[in-house]
Design a binder for this molecule. Structure first.
Ligand code: FAD
Length: 344
């Protein structure tokens, strides 16, 4: 297995497996259905999943031309989702894959469903009784998503796992579910796996989103979209890591090395240079000059005024984005020019 994460090796390195009991609560009467009969329902009602009625061809709406499969895929891409890494244990190793075809199914019993391409390695690893982890990614984990989709980028990703209920879970994800596969169904060129959830937890943060074939993130303040050109904003939002600051926190100090660029997403920051002070808010960049200079030192003190939420990109990420799209480079030049005008 490429990049295989070995549980035995991790145990030797002192990384302990964690076992946590699921909390059992009384179910209201209307939910008192035996799990076995609930999950056997399709078969019990005589539904067949092996054949579709003939003659129901896919019709494309006006304006959709070309390959129907591509048009269908793009139509489905209009449904915005989160992104998960699915994980399962293979002997002493872990196998993971990225999936957004995930849905909640039932609260009592707690059931979730994933849809997996029949050509995927993961498809061959899952069967009734297998443990499957569902790891909901946080906004800054697009590189992890790409890694587990088999398309690693320039960014080095080193996933780490912990074992909960014999289920490997990705460290640092926004939410975790440990499930046991209780049924699988035919789903055309995909297989549908129904998992009974035995453990669930979530943390603080924002989710990574997927829409129209691209990563997105939640941004609540509309000023973020109007302040920067789209071509520059999009790679920053897609690849940046989320960072939060409390009121009064020192975000940058003069003289420090400056290899990161910050985009303010919520809140305001005070930028202080000798003889000059200004406030920057949602949609504005901080550290945009030093990040372009490999030996650049911070030229201002930057402090959070109230709680601040930022998206941070490294010099390498920014340069990669500028190289990938000249319109992003022009966008950054425009920002630098307007700052120069302000200070001139
Ligand atoms: P592989 O392609 O062999 O592995 C996937 C990658 O994960 C490889 O790069 C491998 O090196 C790495 N990897 C695996 N285990 C480990 C480990 N233990 N440590 C480190 N690295 C490891 N496909 C679907 O079927 N359903 C979906 O819902 C779905 N949604 C997607 C959503 C997004 C946003 C993206 C980008 C892709 C999605 N895909 C989906 C495609 C799917 O992620 C890829 O086809 C994936 O490569 C299939 O994985 P696989 O099981 O065949 O394993």
């Amino acid at each position: 297995m490429p990049d295989g994460f070995n549980l035995q090796r991790e145990a030797e390195r002192g990384v302990e497996s964690v076992g946590v009991m699921a909390v059992q609560r009384e179910a209201p009467e209307e939910f008192e259905v035996a799990i076995a009969s609930a999950i056997a329902a399709p078969e019990a009602f005589g539904a067949s999943f092996d054949e579709l009625p003939a003659g129901d061809e896919l019709e494309l709406g006006a304006g959709l031309e070309g390959d129907p499969a591509i048009a269908f895929r793009r139509t489905l891409g209009m449904f915005a989702t989160g992104v998960t890494i699915l994980t399962t244990r293979v002997g002493e190793n872990v196998h993971g894959m990225t999936a957004n075809a995930f849905m909640s199914v039932s609260l009592r019993p707690p059931l979730v469903l994933v849809s997996i391409d029949r050509r995927a390695r993961m498809n061959d690893l899952l069967h009734e009784g297998t443990r499957l982890g569902v790891n909901v990614l946080e906004a800054g984990q697009a590189a992890l998503s790409d890694h587990f989709a088999g398309r690693p980028g320039a960014e080095d990703v080193e996933p780490r796992f912990e074992l909960v209920h014999d289920t490997p879970l990705v460290e640092g994800a926004l939410a975790h579910l440990a499930t046991r596969i209780v049924r699988s169904y035919w789903g055309g060129d995909h297989s549908l796996f129904l998992g009974q959830v035995v453990y669930a937890r979530y943390g603080e943060g924002e989710p990574l989103l997927f829409h129209g074939g691209r990563y997105e993130r939640l941004v609540r303040d509309q000023r973020v979209f109007s302040a920067l050109p789209h071509e520059l904003l999009e790679p920053i939002l897609a690849h940046g890591v989320e960072r939060r600051y409390e009121d009064g926190a020192a975000i940058m100090r003069r003289g420090e090395p400056g290899s990161e660029l910050l985009l303010v997403v919520e809140g305001e920051v005070r930028v202080e240079r000798p003889g000059r002070s200004l406030m920057l808010g949602p949609g504005e960049l901080v550290g945009e000059i030093e990040v372009l200079d490999p030996v650049g030192k911070r030229i201002a003190d930057v402090t959070a005024v109230g709680p601040v939420r930022c998206v941070v990109v490294t010099r390498e990420q920014l340069v990669a984005a500028l190289e990938a799209d000249p319109r992003a480079a022009v966008g950054l030049i425009e920002v630098l020019a307007s700052r120069f005008r302000e200070t001139a």
